[in-house]
Design a protein around this ligand. Structure first.
Ligand SMILES: [Zn+2]
Length: 117
């Protein structure tokens, strides 16, 4: 494998494989990458949380807490914009909310930039 993950303890990039384990030369941490990736692939229901850590659900209304530029246009979704009837999605680049914003149209938001209304 050429893609060896960084050390989870000290973030050192010079980790190497030693049998089934990965070893960090900086802090001597050894760990099993298979165990880590199994946890990451856990198919427990995904919970999408807003900026305050409140779980969001389909149909919720949220309020934007940060000016958000709309990709590919000069439009900006302003702080305080209320977005009704969101839909949770497994979008690209961390966009996990699908919605329609008045005056802008359909777009995807990141849950970290909204709070439940
Ligand atoms: Zn380390």
């Amino acid at each position: 494998m050429s893609d060896v993950p960084k050390c989870p303890k000290c973030a050192c990039e010079y980790t190497y494989e030693d049998g089934a384990l990965l070893v960090c030369p900086e802090c001597a941490h050894e760990w099993n990458p298979t165990a880590l990736s199994t946890a990451a692939n856990d198919d427990a229901p995904r919970v999408v949380k807003d900026a305050n850590g409140t779980a969001l659900a389909d149909g919720d209304a949220v309020i934007v807490i940060k000016d958000l530029k709309v990709k590919g246009s000069s439009l900006v979704v302003k702080v305080g914009t209320k977005v009704r009837n969101i839909r949770l999605v497994d979008g690209t680049a961390g966009h996990d909310i699908d919605c329609r914003i008045e005056g802008i149209g359909p777009m995807q938001l990141k849950s970290e930039f909204v709070r439940k209304a």
